[in-house]
Design a protein around this ligand. Structure first.
Ligand code: TXA
Ligand code: MG
Length: 323
């Protein structure tokens, strides 16, 4: 890491959080930890600052951003909560759930965050450093995951520095993200709630609160562009549901007694624990991507609970790419 970059990384202590808040108030970009992944944050009311996020990520303009708030009351100033949305927020916030809601009339959130839609995705993160930053800057923070568009999301400050270092004004280092997968996204703006992206709040948990929950893309215009097929893509091809790996492949294992013979093996969870596997997923994909192999073989992961979100990310990482 160059001297310049080292200087930009600040521990998420009081002084670091104060410095980061100042950067945000001045319209700069701050990468910060949340319980899910690191976000690339900017003042959500500042059009130029939000535009700089898109530029830094190389993100297609039509992909909207999640805006982070201190608490439900702050989110409710910018979006319209019906009783179902309020029930979800009260149950799961602060935490890894993003709600897509109609923009409130008179909302001052940059229209770029909505990317042409009449909705806004909002979330109240639970991570201590994210909360400290939101309190210190007293701004809503627009933040996508802090990775170049289409690449693996960062779960450690070093991942952000490696991928976006030059393009961020300050990186707040709060250690590895405890969950390691992006938030669950639920669209509450239509007639029926719709699960747009599986995540740490599981379908099973949501169904306790909701009478119906549709899945995936709604008909009509693109509602969750993050659902573009190829995403989270490592450099090496990914082979899913692998039961063995050859000596020129790396193996992303799960559970006890993985097959032998791979050039390099990392086990998401020897005991088969899905939380542990989620927390390790992106860091292990990055590590195996560095190995001089022809492909990364991935063992089957069960699809219940957090496994649904893990398999969603793996399917996207394995999807055919344009470039
Ligand atoms: O855990 C997370 O959600 C992280 C941390 C930093 O909070 N953020 C994150 O942001 O994953 P991003 O931009 O990488 O993913 C946001 C997803 C995308 O799939 C996007 O298309 C969708 O949410 N989204 C955002 N606003 C939306 C809207 N108004 N309508 C539909 N989908 C939306
Ligand atoms: Mg992302």
């Amino acid at each position: 890491m160059s001297e310049g970059l080292r200087y930009k990384v600040r521990a998420a202590d009081e002084a670091g959080v104060r410095a980061a808040a100042k950067v945000l108030r001045e319209g700069g970009l701050v990468a910060f930890p949340t319980e899910t992944v690191y976000g690339l944050g900017a003042d959500a009311r500042n059009d130029r600052a939000v535009a700089a996020i898109f530029e830094a990520k190389g993100r297609p303009r039509f992909n909207p951003l999640i805006v982070h708030f201190r608490h439900l009351a702050a989110a409710a100033e910018e979006t319209v909560f019906d009783s179902r949305a309020r029930a979800l927020a009260e149950r799961f916030w602060p935490g890894p759930l993003s709600l897509v809601l109609p923009r409130a009339p008179g909302s001052r959130i940059s229209l770029l965050c909505s990317a042409g839609l009449d909705t806004l995705a909002v979330r109240v993160p639970g991570h201590e450093s994210a909360q400290a930053l939101l309190n210190a800057c007293a701004l809503p923070i627009a933040a996508p995951s802090a990775n170049p568009a289409g690449r693996i999301s960062p779960t450690r400050a070093a991942d952000v520095v490696a991928a976006l270092g030059e393009r961020v004004d300050l990186v707040l280092d709060g250690g590895p993200c405890p969950i390691g997968l992006e938030s669950t996204v639920v669209d509450m703006s239509g007639a029926a709630p719709r699960l747009l992206r599986p995540g740490a709040v599981t379908r099973e948990e949501l169904e306790v609160e909701l009478e119906t929950l549709e899945s995936g893309e709604a008909e009509g215009p693109l509602r969750a562009p993050g659902q573009l097929a190829s995403h989270y893509a490592p450099e090496h091809p990914l082979l899913l549901d692998a039961l063995r790996a050859t000596q020129d492949q790396a193996l992303l294992a799960f559970g006890p007694n993985p097959p032998r013979g791979a050039a390099r093996t990392l086990n998401l969870s020897v005991s088969g624990d899905l939380r542990e596997a989620a927390a390790n997923l992106f860091a292990f994909l990055r590590a195996l991507d560095e190995a001089p192999v022809s492909a990364i073989a991935v063992m089957p992961i069960p699809s219940y609970g957090l496994g649904a979100a893990i398999n969603d990310r793996l399917a996207r990482a394995a999807a055919p790419r344009d470039a």
